[in-house]
Ligand binder design. Structure first.
Ligand code: SF4
Length: 240
């Protein structure tokens, strides 16, 4: 059985369909379940669960990160909220009109996303910020359904190589057809572009691998693509 294509024209085999959001006590990755329990004991005020996607279902843009940081999204329960990566991501989203309000590193800061949703390739915090290949594969069922659940989706921004590879796999696109490169735009389905960026982690910005200007360029390209209705011709040129 195949899921009907969304308005962007892409469709994914949904025989093993999962809901777009995991249960609060998702049991599928034993190592991460153990880590959640340990963190619940060590940090009882933290969220300590799969961080739910954040943003409206009408979003045309989906931003895919790696996984919740232990003291970031795992603490606050909102993707990229409460750690350094969130400072850069949310300030950039505010700058480009993909967010409104004020970001105050808390899930109750009142900030809203506009035409954008943020999710993670792996929803539970992994030890050392490093999910295993098996955990990435297991959690991909939720990413796939999250992508399918957005009827107006036209652009995906992948923050880092793991998010890129998992989003490609969720879309059924081979890695060779769309290799990861910061600043690249890949047409992964009719009406759907995937943009790559280095992850906005403290390490990447401290080392200069990712600058604020480089990050801005990615979202500027996304903004431009959305303004053209996500349309790209077979030759790669925009259609009016
Ligand atoms: S990482 Fe994803 S699949 Fe694994 S336990 Fe968490 S929510 Fe479930």
């Amino acid at each position: 059985m195949r899921r009907a294509a969304n308005p962007s024209g892409f469709a994914i085999d949904a025989r093993a369909a999962a809901p777009p959001e995991p249960a609060r006590d998702c049991p599928l990755c034993p190592r991460l379940v153990t880590y959640r329990s340990e963190n619940a004991a060590a940090f009882p005020a933290y969220f300590n669960g799969p961080a739910p996607s954040f943003g409206p279902l009408t979003a045309r843009l989906l931003i895919v990160g790696l996984a919740p940081g232990l003291h970031g999204a795992n603490r606050t329960g909102r993707p990229f909220t409460g750690d350094y990566a969130g400072d850069l991501l949310y300030s950039t989203l505010l700058k480009f009109g993909f967010a409104t309000g004020e970001y105050a590193a808390s899930s109750d800061d009142g900030l809203s996303l506009v035409d954008a949703m943020i999710t993670n390739a792996v929803r539970c915090a992994p030890p050392g910020n490093k999910p295993t290949p098996a955990e990435i594969t297991t959690c991909r069922s939720f990413l796939r359904e999250r992508i399918l659940s957005l009827p107006r989706l036209e652009a995906i921004v992948c923050l880092g190589r793991i998010a890129h590879e998992s989003a490609l796999a969720a879309l059924g696109v081979k890695s060779k057809a769309a290799p990861f490169a910061h600043g690249a735009e890949h047409r992964v389905a009719p009406g759907l572009s995937l943009f790559d960026s280095y992850h906005c982690s403290r390490y990447n910005t401290n080392t200069g691998r990712l600058t604020e200007a480089m990050f801005d360029e990615v979202f500027s390209a996304v903004k431009e693509r959305l303004s053209t209705g996500g349309r790209i011709s077979e030759s790669g040129d925009e259609r009016a």
